[in-house]
Ligand binder design. Sequence first.
Ligand code: UD1
Length: 422
Amino acid sequence: MVHYEIEGGHRLEGECRIQGSKNAVLPMMAAALLQKGTVILHNCPRILDVFCMIRILEHLGCRADWEDNTLMIDAYELRNCSVPREEAKKMRSSVILLGALLGRCRRAVLSYPGGCVIGARPIDLHLTALEKMGAHLCQEEEDIYVETEGLKGAKISLRIPSVGATENILLGAVLADGTTIIRNAAREPEIVELSRMLRQMGAKITGDGTSCICIRGVRKLHETEITVIPDRIVAGTYILAAAGCQGSLYFPQVPARQLVCLKELFIHWRMTWREDGAGLYVCGRQNYPAVPYLETKPYPGFPTDLQSPLAAVLLKAEGESHIRETIFESRFRAAGEFCKMGADVKIEKEVCKIRGSRHLHGAVMDAYELRGAAALIVAGLMAEGCSVVRDEGFLMRGYEHIVEDLHEAGASIISRRCSPSL
Ligand code: UD1
């Protein structure tokens, strides 16, 4: 258990570097399995989800070495094609190993994946797509056994533009026999990054970043070296923290084009958003209007991963805000904790209603999932007095140095390891 102790009311100011993207690097690590050499990933964040993926890759037979934030994965020889159950349970992204393992070994065993408790999170799209490509599935209790005589290209229309399913299909299709077309594919920047890496390895992919991706299977992929893009969700969290704390922050290399939905909010709030080449300067203000209605959507819409940090900012907005969560059904766990700070927040089915108030007081709050935990930190920074966010390790799954980053920007925040009973 980690306790984050925050004294609210400090203005954020200065420069903030953004770590490499969690959601980009995890599928890249899976892609390393598709070649028999070493893949080098620069700007790799040292976060729990990456460590979990490393443990899985090592179990499969890979060797992983770090040099600062560079991760080297040697996948010359695999001795195993089954993902250890305890690691699969910890991280939902383990499911994307299915496509890569089928491509490399033609077999895979996986337990139903875990991850943050933010909704049902089925994997039917992953499994039906792989079946369509010639994989045979057998499910025994919690384990899924998948086998193929060789994946074949297929035409796949996704019912929902699932990020993970699009990645899984890409990873399976690059070494498949023939051409695969994904319709209603996810368009997230992380899909573009995975495609960029796979192309560097010799794959033939077009259309990534659009809703129709075409993959022509090749016989072999080779080693590569690539720099992971900055994490747009971490950047978005800090940008929203600046909005909530009248902060003035400069981000030297932030993916501003991927955050247009935040720029629109800054315009609505009459706050400063200034892009200069690779950098972004944002500056908050004391009084800002509520957001009458906003829906989370697949990219380029407002990301579900920033919904809770946005809700934190709206606790102090003037008027009533409504946020509709359309991606994950149980993603308002942070809202109950906001009420402990005196906030007026109500959940009605998939809509979160927030009546803004200038006064938030510090409170002891519990984190239930990664982005909700980040939102509680943002709320703690905005409140008067001291807050404690009790977290079982969710934040460390995705934020490499949230305490150091915010501390450097002027926040009063420390983290303390505690026994669960405290
Ligand atoms: C990824 C991100 C996560 C982000 C989410 C949505 C990673 C590691 N995680 O998660 O941070 O919040 O995208 O942007 O990249 N669905 C099904 N069946 C499936 C798969 C998905 O019904 O087989 C549904 C999900 O329940 C959800 C929606 O599709 O309602 C979108 O999920 P998906 O895009 O797959 O999210 P993840 O890839 O798990």
